[in-house]
Design a binder for this molecule. Structure first.
Ligand code: HEM
Length: 272
């Protein structure tokens, strides 16, 4: 049963009787399946609390303002070729020099889709860092790049006068067009993009009482008319509306400020 109302989604996400659907626990050591059985994201109860605490402690050491500055500089240095910039910047802040393996490992991280490429990428990362650090890189990669891509798409679509000069199709593929610029409010663009076009469209829970699986439809809950006036409208004046794109309750994203900083830095590097 999909959850499409904001209040119901908040209630489910705050209720510890709803847990992430379990992942397989018998993966060979060092593989993607093995990693998924050991991360905070798919664990529950005390184990989840302990694993999450380690991640939060690591994140506490990483200053979002520094990430933003580094992401801006790297996006410029790479002449607009921004793919890989968010994890390269986060990796550098966490002591990981080479983050080239992150996309291949991240590809199956949430879905659980296993492949020799994903296993090789996990092995490569385990050679450089421990599990909590790798977890942060894998969690960060796909959603942050999707946010940047969606925001860039918005700068093309929002022909409302705020856009001075918008990126050509190349931007979404990782290449900036000629001298793109945008003098609007990057935070406002990111917040409304997060509400209207969430990078992760849904999250799932298992009801431990009934065994039923519940899908929280993040697109629908972020457009619940009870909470968001004129919800279909992409409105830069909305600010930080109470969207659920970073989750909520027992296990929300622990890094919304880091995600926003990485995305804002890349956009500034591309658009200004
Ligand atoms: C736009 C970018 C991002 C979005 C939309 C996003 C969204 C989310 C959501 C919805 C969850 C919770 C999933 C659930 O409740 O089922 C989550 C969990 C998590 N996110 Fe993010 N995230 C983003 C970026 C990041 C970044 C940059 C990091 C690390 C620096 C990160 C680290 C994590 C971690 C470690 C968890 C697992 C938390 C736990 O197990 O308790 N995320 N994220």
């Amino acid at each position: 049963m999909p959850v499409t109302r904001h209040a119901e989604a908040v209630a489910v996400l705050a209720d510890a009787r709803y847990v992430p659907p379990p992942v397989r626990a018998d993966g060979a050591e060092g593989t993607l399946a093995w990693l998924r059985a050991r991360v905070s994201r798919f664990s529950t109860g005390q184990e989840h609390a302990e694993r999450r605490r380690l991640l939060v402690a690591l994140l506490d050491e990483v200053d979002p303002a520094g990430l933003r500055q580094a992401a801006r500089a790297m996006a410029r240095e790479r002449d607009g070729n921004w793919r890989g910039v968010p994890v390269a910047v986060l990796g550098a802040a966490l002591g990981v020099e080479d983050t080239a393996a992150v996309p291949a490992a991240a590809a199956g991280y949430l879905s659980g889709e296993e492949s020799p490429q994903a296993d090789a990428a996990v092995a490569e990362l385990l050679g450089q860092a421990d599990l909590p650090v790798i977890t942060l890189l894998l969690q960060a990669h796909t959603a942050t790049e999707a946010l940047i891509e969606n925001a860039l798409t918005r700068t093309r679509a929002t022909a409302d006068g705020l856009i001075a000069n918008v990126l050509a199709g190349a931007a979404a593929n990782g290449l900036a067009g000629d001298a793109p610029s945008w003098d609007g409010d990057v935070e406002a663009l990111l917040h409304e993009t997060l509400r209207h076009d969430p990078p992760l469209k849904a999250t799932r829970r298992l009801d431990t009482r009934t065994g039923d699986e519940v899908t929280i439809d993040l697109v629908a809950v972020n457009r619940d008319p009870e909470v968001f006036p004129d919800p279909e409208r992409f409105d830069l004046a909305r600010g930080r509306a109470p969207y659920l794109t970073f989750g909520s309750g027992v296990r929300p994203c622990p890094a919304p400020h880091h995600a926003l900083a990485l995305a804002a830095g890349v956009l500034e590097g591309l658009l200004r």
